[in-house]
Write a protein that binds this ligand. Sequence first.
Ligand SMILES: [Zn+2]
Ligand SMILES: [Zn+2]
Length: 307
Amino acid sequence: MQLRYADDFVEGAVFICANRRRCGPPPLQVRRFHLAREKLYSILDPDERNTAFFKLQLEWFREWGLEKMLVGPADEFPLLRRMLNALVFRRARIQRDEGAELYVGTENGRSGVVALRIERFDQPDELVRFLRHEFAHINDMLDPAFGYSPEVHLPGRNAAQQRLTRERYRLLWDIAIDGRLAAAPRATLGGREQHRVAFDRMFGFWPESRRREVFDALWVDRQPRHVDLLAIASDPRGLDSAHEPLPGAACPLCGFATFAWADADAIAAPTVMAIHEEYPQWTLAQGTCRRCAEIYRLIGKRAPLPV
Ligand SMILES: [Zn+2]
Ligand SMILES: [Zn+2]
């Protein structure tokens, strides 16, 4: 398995590390890094210069243990080394863009791609927790026993219902991942209670006993399977409420008729959480007018994020 990095990922991470006040690298090394970097500006050819920058930054990326912070958690999942041709890290600017994906190409084989905000290097414990969770997603996608398929498409369902199904699937998968990590035992992204609340909200149309049964089974399942998660996610109950919002229909939050619906895919997690504070039953698939989306975006920004 080859490790690959996007230029701006390595550059950003090295700078974050160099500027760290607490527990940063020795000041002398930071000075050496900056001096060596300045010298590279004398290279006239822009491509050559960029290559030189990347090489230098990668050296310090390794020297300051940043690569180790990524590789350590990856090695907890042996399938990654065995089945991936490359593990690629790239930079995400906002939280919504973070996450892991698996790409399968005819020429380059399988590549795991992890996008993360470089600010995470400032909080090593959180970084490890985040990576472990994302690597677990990749691990499942590689594991024949999990039987992953990227196609989460259900015939005869409208776009909003597809989105709601994918939202549910994602939640179920997260529960199955954090349940296994917690049993390992490893620190997880979300605790059992946190997942339980999200699950109850998403599957509120089930009786309490059924919710408990399904959640508990998921949390302790050592070998979850894609088809089972998908079967739960595509329960037709509750899907009826997922209409593609129509122009002129009422916004489920403010109740006003709206022609300006917010783009559901552009609504960030903190905004969704802020909406849930007031409307626990609301789902992304029901949509919201742009004005409400903006109001809750601002509220979500102010509230501290439970991580
Ligand atoms: Zn996840
Ligand atoms: Zn509204």
